[in-house]
Design a binder for this molecule. Structure first.
Ligand code: ATP
Ligand code: ATP
Ligand code: MG
Ligand code: MG
Lengths: 254, 254
């Protein structure tokens, strides 16, 4: 059985890519075969794992029906972790996909054969900072959704927007999608702001919150410049420990 | 004469809204009548100044030609600072605008009467984290572009993307647009990463860099939850001083 999770939040810079890379790498380290798909034209998950942004070997031609997903899967230095990269041209895909009949199910249709083959225990989808057609394709293809929430005011304000969007997707293109959890990221225990945001969210969402909280940790922001996950770059760091805890909790939930 | 600047960077969470609000407020404090236009469906610049997200009184109906810009301008608690708010429905505008002949000049056409009236010294455009049609409208309407650059690896990686986009806009819909400057944001002098990013950018872009560097300062992230600019919320903070310096430098350049 393959479980597909979309890592989504339309607010920018909240830790979607950092969570996608390090959760996927942690799952692979625990022996779970994992596929990470980079759905952001910025291609940060691609470069963050040291891969090249290859044109025509990315998710872009797959969404247009020109390539099969299985033909663009790349191995990484991490055993059991595979990646489908992104490229800049993906930004133009939204206007191209909008014209197709199956504009919401392009990703789901390309994933179905890979899911049927049962190659992977988990598929992680890194989404761009918007609620456009690429993110809607991810929410239509996913079984669950993990929402990284930066412990800041604007991120808190945007939480209701993504929650409303999930309800709309449940009522239309994907009745099965459920909230996997809200994950606090960049938590800084020296600031009241972080504590206030966590307290406010805990009051509103009794369940649906991950117990693991990801601290602000400079090692996490240094790792991508070396093209490595946190487990290769700084395995003993607070960031690495937090993402290991997250993977344990994620496996228990899924 | 009215000078229009777009605050743009497709990377999420780099300080576009924080810079838009605090630069606009600092210019108003220096006696320059300033209009801030929130072009992001997240409407962070709107709530960050304590304004409501009013449907049909935002930039959204203006881009569709249903309202005049002058009819949706709101005053703020800051004298000489006016705002045009945003709303969530703006996210759907890209698909609607794409079908219009003047899909690149919707904003420019709505700004022209306000510029002709000469009411404002400066107009600041806060852009969403993408290079879609809303941002392209901003780059087509603007005289210059200010690029906030978070001192982190992914933000550095994305810099060439926005620079390439500006060249394309200069060659097509707006030959007059020029780079106003790159502004370092969230600089943390305790980390090597910040210093490395600044050094690398300074090597590549000898000119075109603001001398002012915005430090990471928690007061800047607390201010929006009070609906105030940094000058009202924490006027003696390092964040307030940095944005005052920025305004001085901005006025010298424009
Ligand atoms: N826990 C953390 N501690 C310190 N830095 C972090 C942490 N998580 C992420 N970062 C850094 O913060 C920045 C934003 O994170 P990231 O790029 O993962 O967010 P994102 O939501 O994917 O952004 P976008 O909206 O642009 O896709 C990056 O430079 C990243 O390295
Ligand atoms: N210099 C700073 N010091 C500390 N926090 C900051 C600073 N600048 C911005 N922030 C905080 O960092 C977060 C991201 O900033 P902001 O929302 O302004 O970026 P943005 O580029 O507008 O994001 P988006 O891509 O979602 O539009 C916000 O929570 C903001 O309060
Ligand atoms: Mg990302
Ligand atoms: Mg913003």
């Amino acid at each position: 059985n393959t479980h597909v999770t979309a890592i989504t939040n339309q607010k920018g810079g909240v830790g979607k890519t950092t969570t996608s890379i390090n959760l996927a790498a942690a799952l692979a380290q625990k022996g779970k075969k994992t596929l990470l798909i980079d759905l952001d034209p910025q291609a940060n998950a691609t470069s963050g794992l040291g891969l090249n942004k290859l044109s025509d070997q990315s998710i872009y031609p797959v969404l247009l029906g020109e390539q099969k997903l299985v033909d663009v899967i790349q191995e990484t230095e991490v055993p059991k972790l595979h990646v489908v990269s992104s490229e800049l041209d993906l930004a133009g895909a939204e206007i191209e996909i909008a014209r197709m009949d199956s504009y919401l199910t392009r990703l789901k249709e390309s994933l179905d054969p890979v899911i049927a083959a049962g190659t992977y225990a988990y598929i992680i989808l890194d989404c761009p900072p918007s609620l456009g057609l690429i993110t809607l394709n991810a929410l239509t293809a996913a079984h669950s959704l993990l929402v990284p929430l930066q412990c800041e005011y604007y991120a808190l304000e945007g939480l209701s927007v993504i929650m409303d969007m999930v309800i709309k997707v449940q009522e239309s293109s994907n009745p099965k999608i459920r909230l996997d959890g809200i994950l606090f990221t960049m938590f800084d225990n020296r600031t009241n702001l972080s504590k206030d945001v966590v307290e406010e969210v805990r009051n509103h969402f009794q369940d649906g919150l991950y117990e693991t909280v990801i601290p602000r940790n400079v090692r996490l922001s240094e790792a991508p410049s070396h093209g490595e996950s946190i487990f290769t770059y700084a395995p003993a760091s607070r960031g690495a420990n937090a993402y290991r805890d997250l993977a344990k909790e994620y496996i228990r939930r899924n």
